[in-house]
Design a protein around this ligand. Structure first.
Ligand code: OXD
Ligand code: MN
Length: 594
């Protein structure tokens, strides 16, 4: 940790990359911190920061016997989730941001947010956080620097990215070669929702975030860089930056297929990425390998396949619902060295959330004595931040600089009716349509009503850094001579029966569906053709060890043609709204399905 006093003593430069130093100096002149600290990512630095945060109450201790190295942070009660209505994508022309984004002209956006940054770090420390998204030696990785006045953000960035000296060395090397760098400026400000903005300037590769210290609003490597800015970069450089988990499925012969899957926030991506196979599968030698739980960068390789890395180095997972049943691997990952945010605590200082077990917590997420009348004990969007290396199923290939080859892409949403358990698209263009038409019932990951059906193409509605019409065209452009593209599927784990009960057991049993998907990729699995694509025959999914009768299976795989016609009409209207051209292959695919 190199501290640079701002006034009085001579300031020693933190980097030999002049353009970076100049930007840090300019930001310091605007925000006027008491001191500037260049983060090196070392253990000593982390320990010093943690001690300071424990001393001032930013972090609270948890039971060190049961959870060694774990700490608790309570965010401001008005700052508990991403704020999509305050998130802007600032292209010069509003059409480039599209109807899927909130837009502000770049000059106006800079002026608005710079006025908030003016003097905002007085009395605070400005941390310079160099980071790399992806393995530091990977040609597919990209670097950034986040300036923040939140030590909590620094601690999270250290777990979520490759942060510190090695990243800075790559930044300096690439800077000397004229390669671009993503620059992010963040201040928690006053945590006043009326003075909060998350702004993106894709053409400048700049992010500015003010007034929130929470998750994707503040850890700028995640949603802001790895999705909004990276999707724009990917469009221009010919790759894809997606809101997808990456999971390796190893069959009893030891062959591994990598699957990338997009689901809206809080729909079980982390659970799927860390799935435990059903017992019968485990006995036969099936294994699951976690490469990523949230973001996937895919580049076409020389062999025509898509090769993927997880740009992140940790998990920022939703705590409620994580249990020995739903996700034992996540639970084991967070037994030590984890930052918990907005969970409840038991009387002996253990982190607790709804769905974990039957204990009654002592204090809720705001530190109040627990009272059921105040609502859930843990905030529904409470989180854990943990290094991915602590995950028992962390794939050795996750650190591979070349990435992993993707065999299948899966789209999914939370749909209580209509959408069957699984179907396969007819071809790439139809698969892109299936992704574009994705819909899901909303969750607590963003502020706003929960349980309302909204279209969320490729689970990128809150995260695409440019217009969806252009984004779909970019996806379609991958279908070209020489390409060996993954097959595209859609799943729905969330179908409910007439009594409102989930019809599919989900969790580990989702491997039964993934097995069918891999079987389709390899060519052996049985399917029937329907107007919406290929569905498993009624006996194509293994049901050994599962109590699920034929009638339920048939219902899970039923195509309700009238319902789909109504859905197609809605999708056509949605494509109109997004400005998808009349001659787009998506339109042709939609007509073929109707
Ligand atoms: C997340 C999200 O935090 O999608 O991953 O909201
Ligand atoms: Mn996410």
């Amino acid at each position: 940790m190199i501290a640079v006093p701002q006034q009085g003593a001579e300031a020693s430069p933190g980097t030999r990359l002049a353009s970076l130093q100049q930007w840090v100096d300019e930001v310091a002149a605007l925000t006027r911190p008491d001191r500037v600290v260049w983060c090196d990512g070392s253990d000593a630095e982390a320990a010093t920061l943690q001690a300071a945060m424990m001393a001032d109450g930013t972090l609270l201790p948890l039971n060190q016997d049961t959870h060694p190295g774990c700490v608790l942070h309570r965010s401001h009660p008005d700052d508990v989730a991403r704020v999509e209505h305050l998130t802007f994508v600032c292209h010069e022309n509003s059409e480039d941001a599209g109807p899927n984004n909130h837009w502000m002209a770049p000059a106006e956006a800079h002026a608005t947010i710079d006025a908030l940054f003016d003097g905002c770090m007085q009395g605070r420390t400005l941390y310079v956080v160099p980071y790399c998204m992806g393995p530091v030696d990977s040609p597919l990785a990209r670097c950034g620097v986040e300036i923040t006045d939140s030590p909590y953000v620094v601690a999270n960035m250290r777990l979520m990215t490759r942060m510190g000296a090695a990243a800075l060395a790559r930044i300096e090397r690439e800077g000397a070669e004229g390669k671009p760098l993503v620059r992010g400026l963040h201040s928690t400000g006053e945590l006043d929702p009326g003075r909060r903005y998350i702004m993106h300037f894709p053409d400048e590769l700049v992010i500015k975030s003010y007034g929130s210290g929470y998750g994707g609003n503040a850890l700028l490597g995640k949603k802001c860089h790895a999705l909004r800015i990276a999707s724009h970069q990917a469009r221009h450089e010919g790759w894809l930056a997606e809101h997808m988990l990456i999971v390796g499925i190893e069959n009893p012969q030891g062959e591994v297929h990598y699957v990338a899957a997009a689901f809206p926030s809080a729909c079980g991506k982390t659970n799927l990425a860390m799935l435990i196979p059903p017992e019968a599968y485990r006995e036969q030698g099936w294994k699951v390998w976690t490469v990523g739980d949230d973001i996937c960068w895919m580049h076409p390789g020389e062999d025509g396949r898509l090769w993927a890395i997880n740009p992140e180095a940790g998990f920022f997972g939703v705590a409620p619902g994580t249990s020995e049943k739903s996700n034992p691997n996540a639970l084991h990952s967070i037994e030590r060295d984890t930052i918990f945010t907005n969970v409840a605590v038991t009387d002996d200082g253990q982190p607790w959330w709804e769905g974990l077990d039957k204990r009654i917590p002592a204090h809720d997420w705001q530190g109040r004595p627990y009272d059921a009348a105040n609502g859930p004990a843990a905030h529904p969007n409470s989180r854990f931040t943990v290094s991915a290396r602590q995950c028992p199923t962390w794939s050795p290939r996750a650190e591979d600089p070349q990435g992993v080859p993707i065999s299948a892409i899966v789209f999914g949403g939370r749909r209580s009716s209509l959408v069957p358990l699984v179907f396969e698209s007819r071809d790439w263009a139809h698969g892109v349509l299936v992704g574009a038409a994705m819909g899901s019932e909303t969750t607590a990951a963003a502020t706003g009503a929960v349980g309302v059906m909204r279209r969320d193409p490729m689970a990128m509605k809150p995260f695409c850094g440019y217009s969806f019409a252009d984004y779909f065209a970019h996806w379609l452009s991958f279908d070209r001579p020489g390409a060996r593209l993954p097959k595209i599927f859609h799943v729905n784990w969330f179908r409910k029966d007439a009594d409102g009960r989930f019809m599919w057991p989900g969790f580990g049993d989702n491997l039964r569906v993934l097995e069918w998907i891999i079987g389709r990729v390899e060519g052996g699995a049985a399917a029937v053709e329907t107007p919406i694509g290929h569905l498993p025959t009624h006996d194509a999914l293994r049901r050994d060890g599962l109590e699920l009768d034929d009638a339920v299976m048939q219902e899970l795989l039923r195509v309700d043609e009238a319902g789909w016609q109504a859905e197609s009409a809605e999708v056509a209207a949605y494509l109109d709204e997004l400005g998808v051209p009349a001659d787009s292959p998506l339109r042709t695919s939609l007509q073929a399905a109707a």
